[in-house]
Design a protein around this ligand. Structure first.
Ligand code: UD1
Ligand code: CA
Length: 393
């Protein structure tokens, strides 16, 4: 029988170190908010993750919409309390995966593996752990004489002996829901931070004879947590590298991938070449064999094959094949340019349909206009609510 898995994403933290009016998990990295990256990974096992939020709830719900089920944690009493707040949402599930909203690099494959290994082993709790060379102040995994996991001790509560433990907790858990709910009911805030720690569930389960296991995180890059803007930039670079690598392996040339900014929903055809400083946002679709030269920003655009764009801004515009855009063109929403066209320097278009073979070479504004095929618009022209259907040939 198919077993039911719920995912709880904890995101009620204050995020004070971001020094921002925006809730931390709404900060964007590589074109998507931190929590949307986590949710994207969670979708490997669930349709709608449960989001535990605190301050800034209105803003969160407005921005994220129907993608989540929301639970409000009025008082921020710790990670255990956060999950307890969501108990009604998980009660009818077999397994509950708990993730932190500020760890955007976790991949869907990893979540799927965590769920699969937990189900296969039948254990009460499975943790994703690793022993990185540098030990950040994370929870340490404590094992008994037989090597079984018997607890997690927070850095602030650890003895100097425990601080030497190399195996760390990264806040990626899969629990048998019944065991989780039993353990949560027994949490106390009896620790250095006077919080209800989710991590204490591990010791509680062990002492009750439960089975807690771990699997190793294979790629340490998945463990970047965002608490500051420095870490936000690190996460951005890592996510961007992931997007760019996938595109390059599928046939896109990037002259300098580290300086190429492509969002997660962009599609690009084979043999297209992208120069440094290009920004592609939203649902852009770029054809084959096109060239995007330096400094172009495209938002939600469709570009055909063998087209070039140079140092231009294109917003919700459509461009055909074998067309040249720029340098320094500004194509605003509602622009539809045909094939074999040329839109040259300092040309601005808005709500403009421009037919195949038409050239608007420089210093022109084309707004609310429909131009036919093979027209040549001279320098310094201005159209507004125009209909030109002249054909040269
Ligand atoms: C937590 C783990 C620690 C682990 C580390 C990895 C606990 C007690 N400790 O520590 O073992 O090494 O993550 O990053 O869980 N949150 C809420 N409500 C709360 C408190 C926190 O939603 O009341 C959310 C935060 O927004 C954040 C996540 O839970 O997304 C983790 O909380 P945080 O306070 O950052 O825990 P850490 O001290 O980092
Ligand atoms: Ca944290």
């Amino acid at each position: 029988m198919q077993q039911k898995i719920e995912v709880v994403i904890m995101a009620a933290g204050e995020g004070t170190r971001m020094h921002s009016a925006l809730p931390k998990v709404l900060h964007k990295a590589a074109g998507r908010s931190l929590v949307e990256w986590v949710a994207e990974a969670a979708r490997a096992v669930t349709e709608k993750p449960v989001l535990v939020y605190g301050n800034g709830g209105e803003q969160l719900r407005e921005t994220l919409g129907e993608a989540f089920r929301y639970v409000y944690q009025a008082e921020r009493l710790g990670t255990g309390h956060a999950v307890l707040t969501a108990q009604e949402e998980i009660r009818n599930s077999d397994y509950t995966i708990v993730l932190a909203g500020d760890m955007p690099l976790i991949r869907p494959e990893t979540i799927a593996r965590l769920a699969e290994e937990t189900r296969k082993s039948g254990c009460d709790c499975m943790l994703l752990t690793a022993c990185p060379e540098k030990t950040p102040p994370y929870g340490r995994i404590v094992r008994d004489a037989a090597g079984r996991i018997c607890g997690i001790v927070e850095d602030k509560d650890a003895t100097s002996e425990q601080k030497k433990i190399k195996e760390l907790n990264f806040s990626f858990y899969c629990f048998k829901t019944s065991a989780l709910l039993r353990a949560l009911a027994q949490l106390t805030p009896d620790n250095a931070q006077h919080e209800y720690y989710l991590t204490d569930c591990v010791g509680i389960l062990y002492r009750a004879g439960g089975d807690v296991r771990s699997i190793q995180i294979e790629d340490m890059r998945e463990c970047v947590g965002v608490n500051t803007r420095v870490q936000l930039a690190e996460a951005e670079a890592a996510l961007r590298a992931r997007i760019n690598e996938k595109l390059m392996l599928a046939g896109v040339t990037m002259i300098d991938p580290a300086a190429t900014y492509i969002g997660p929903e962009v599609e690009i055809g084979e043999d297209t070449v992208i120069y440094p400083g290009v920004i592609l946002e939203g649902k852009c679709r770029i054809g084959r064999g096109s060239t995007l030269y330096q400094g172009s920003r495209l938002v939600g655009c469709t570009i055909g094959d063998a087209t070039t764009v140079e140092n231009s801004v294109l917003l919700q515009a459509e461009v055909g094949d074998h067309t040249q855009i720029g340098p320094n063109a500004y194509l605003r929403p509602g622009t539809r340019i045909g094939s074999h066209c040329r839109i040259g320097d300092f040309v601005e278009t808005k709500n403009a349909v421009i037919g195949d073979g038409t050239k608007v070479s420089h210093l022109t504004y084309v707004g609310d206009a429909e131009l036919g095929e093979d027209i040549n618009i001279g320098c310094c022209s201005l159209t507004s609510t125009a209909r030109k259907r002249t054909r040269r040939s």
